[in-house]
Design a binder for this molecule. Structure first.
Ligand code: HEM
Length: 454
């Protein structure tokens, strides 16, 4: 039986055929690799034959190895090995003469820098110089142990620095994860991140209550037949979006406090101001389930049908904009189909209280999110979510304003209801400007056979 892409993947019993499917798929697509240290090496191809040979020998981690590592971790708590992944931009594919196989994939062909609708101010003026340079290939290395990780990345950088590699290193970006006292990953504004994901593995679905909102997603939402595949083979790859999003933590925290004061949220209710920005409290509890839910991980089995007027969770809140869970004009199947596999990690170093795990300093810059996502269509998923939902001041209703975290170029004040579960007396105020795009690119994550056939 061929692998059915129209449904999630059953990883609870793996047949020989499923094993060969997994062995030919890069890790990190079906589920996040979970390592706490990541290095992204952005490369320019200087000599295509040599670079091709380098990539052929690069030991990319496959999905089967990742799933085996995860099982071993569950049984013995012993963490898995180094994860190594490889991605090519359209420009990189052109260097290897393979761009012709990638016709009809929309904005992928022009690259992110040319995609004005997803840029702050429509230009790359906000980008750091290193990321404005040509980025042909991205290699990602991830590991749990900081000192060994530094050694492994150093060795790879030295190999790439050798003129025989066929590459020049243009930029190395490191990422490191932060966790709260419950061991949940947090982003720099202090909120649990990564809680809600479309799930494509049965083992992950089995852990989630899903009577109201079912995060199950078919493989075809993330995988495409690999255009680099040799004819007659059947391999899969995925389109990959990278965005370096810098966070002004001090500015955000001051604006959160000012918002609470303006809306008149005091005492125990003060935190609701930030929750109206994100759609969740810092511990991840959805605003829509506020006063109902408890526990770790927090509940994710909800939709907005009991909050149709936006009195609990405003329409502009980041998680309501980016996943309306069936409340958009497109309906549930459509909203679910836009979801990507988000695999981001924070970057930059913070001061963390060793006991409470609170991030105590409040930098203006130098920290942020390395947003990374896998999808079958950049056009219908990342781009759609960013431009038709997050940036759009009239989605899902006229005049509600843009997403206060990732929205770009909006000027309308969003509506902030002071009373929980009521829109009465909502004040209008623009909350924006605390996330800046420092660079990004559209890539393709080829199958392992496709990479060998480059
Ligand atoms: C610095 C930038 C960003 C920050 C600080 C941020 C923060 C968060 C937080 C705290 C959550 C809640 C946890 C969760 O539901 O997993 C979340 C969820 C989410 N974010 Fe972001 N995010 C950022 C960028 C983006 C971007 C660029 C996109 C897509 C264009 C995006 C799409 C989503 C989606 C789809 C969800 C899950 C919503 C759901 O399923 O209910 N985020 N984000």
């Amino acid at each position: 039986m061929p692998i059915k892409l129209t449904q999630p993947f059953d990883d609870t019993v793996i047949s020989t055929q499923e094993k060969s499917f997994l062995r030919n798929l890069q890790a990190n697509i079906l589920k996040g690799h979970g390592r706490e240290h990541v290095a992204l090496l952005f490369l320019e191809v200087t000599d295509a034959p040599k670079a091709r040979a380098f990539l052929h020998a690069f030991p990319v981690t496959d999905a089967h190895t990742q799933l085996q590592d995860a099982l071993q971790f569950k049984a013995t708590r012993s963490p898995g090995g180094v994860v190594r992944l490889a991605f090519l931009s359209q420009r990189g594919l052109a260097k290897f003469g393979r761009q012709g196989a990638f016709q009809g994939f929309g904005a992928f062909a022009g690259g992110m820098a040319a995609d004005t609708q997803v840029l702050d101010d429509g230009t790359t003026a906000s980008w750091q110089d290193e990321l404005k340079r040509p980025l042909d290939v991205l290699l990602l290395v991830a590991y749990h142990h900081e000192a060994d990780f530094a050694r492994i990345v150093g060795k790879l950088a030295a190999d790439l620095g050798d003129e025989d590699s066929g590459f020049a290193i243009r930029f190395v970006q490191e990422g490191r994860a932060y966790k709260n006292a419950d061991g949940e990953g947090i982003e720099h504004f202090g909120y649990v991140d990564g809680r809600s994901q479309p799930l494509m593995l049965q083992s992950e679905l089995a852990k989630e209550p899903r009577t109201v909102y079912d995060p199950a997603a078919p493989l075809s939402q993330f995988l495409v037949p690999d255009p680099l595949d040799p004819p007659g083979a059947s391999s899969h790859g995925s389109f990959f979006v990278f965005r370096k999003l810098e966070q002004d933590v001090a500015g955000f925290k001051q604006a959160e406090e000012a918002l609470a004061a303006d809306v008149g949220m005091t005492g125990a209710d003060e935190e609701r101001a930030g929750a109206q920005v994100v759609g969740r409290f810092e511990d991840g509890t959805p605003l829509t389930l506020h006063q109902a839910a408890a526990g770790v991980p927090v509940a994710n089995d909800f939709d907005y049908s009991a909050d149709a007027a936006g009195g609990k969770c405003p329409f502009h809140a980041h998680i309501r904009k980016t996943n309306p869970r069936g409340s958009s004009p497109g309906g549930l199947a459509f909203d679910k189909g836009v979801q990507m596999a988000r695999r981001g990690i924070t970057y930059g170093v913070r001061l963390q209280d060793p006991d409470t795990k609170e991030l105590v300093d409040q930098p203006n810059d130098g920290v942020g999110l390395l947003f990374m996502s896998y999808q079958a269509s950049i056009e219908n998923q990342f781009r759609f979510m960013q431009t038709v939902w997050a940036n759009n001041e009239n989605f899902p209703k006229a005049g509600i304003g843009m997403d206060p975290i990732i929205g770009q170029r909006g000027t309308l004040g969003q509506h902030w209801p002071p009373i929980y579960d009521s829109t009465a007396g909502a004040i209008q105020k623009l909350f924006a400007g605390f996330v800046t795009l420092k660079g990004g690119e559209y890539f393709f994550a080829p199958s392992i056979a496709g990479l060998r056939n480059l």
